[in-house]
Design a protein around this ligand. Structure first.
Ligand code: HEM
Length: 138
C-alpha cells in the first residue's frame, strides 16, 4: 500500500469541497464592489494551497513509483499534465498582483471553476472509477 497515494486520494475530496465553497462564495459576492470577505479569501487561498500541496504529493508518489518500477504509465503522464495545468490555473489570482476587488473576484471565480473542471477530468483520465476509490481504504 502506498501511504502517499492514500493521502493524495483523500485530499482530492477536501479540494473538491473547498473549490465548490469558493465558487459559491465568490459568485454571491460578485455583484458587490467591496473587496472579497475574509471567509471567501481564506476559502480560495486554502483551495489554491491544497492544489499546490497535491502537486508535491503526486510528484513524491511518482518518484516512489519510479524507484520501484522504472517507468510511468500513459495515464500517469496524462493525469500529471492535466493536474499541473489545474494547479497553475488555481494559483492565477495569487500570481496576478494589484488586482482591483472586482477583477480579483472575477479571476478567482473563473480560476476555481476551470481548475475544478480540470480536476474532474484529471481524475477521470485514470478511469472514472477512481472517483469512487480511495487507495488502500476502499
Ligand atoms: C501534478 C500534480 C499531480 C501528480 C504528479 C499526480 C500524480 C498521481 C499519480 C502518479 C497517481 C497514481 C496513478 C496510478 O498509478 O494509477 C495519482 C492518482 C490520483 N490523483 Fe493525482 N497527481 C497530481 C495532482 C492531483 C490533483 C490536483 C488531484 C485532485 C485534486 C489528484 C487526484 C488523484 C486521485 C483521486 C487519484 C486516484 C487515487 C485512488 O485511486 O485512490 N491528483 N495522482
Amino acid at each position: 500500500m502506498f501511504i502517499l497515494l492514500t493521502i493524495h486520494s483523500i485530499l482530492r475530496w477536501v479540494i473538491v469541497i473547498f473549490s465548490v465553497l469558493a465558487i459559491y462564495f465568490l459568485a454571491r459576492e460578485l455583484s458587490s464592489s467591496e473587496p472579497v470577505t475574509k471567509k471567501t479569501r481564506i476559502t480560495y487561498i486554502s483551495f489554491a494551497h491544497l492544489m499546490t500541496m497535491q502537486v508535491f504529493l503526486g510528484l513524491a508518489f511518482l518518484y516512489q513509483w519510479y524507484e520501484m518500477f522504472g517507468s510511468f504509465t500513459r495515464q500517469q503522464w496524462e493525469h500529471t499534465g492535466i493536474m499541473l495545468l489545474a494547479a497553475l490555473v488555481a494559483n492565477i489570482p495569487q500570481l496576478k498582483k494589484n488586482l482591483s476587488p472586482a477583477a480579483y473576484k472575477k479571476t478567482a471565480l473563473y480560476s476555481s471553476i476551470t481548475a475544478l473542471v480540470l480536476v474532474v477530468a484529471g481524475v477521470a483520465s485514470l478511469g472514472f472509477i477512481r472517483w469512487l476509490h480511495v487507495h488502500g481504504i476502499f
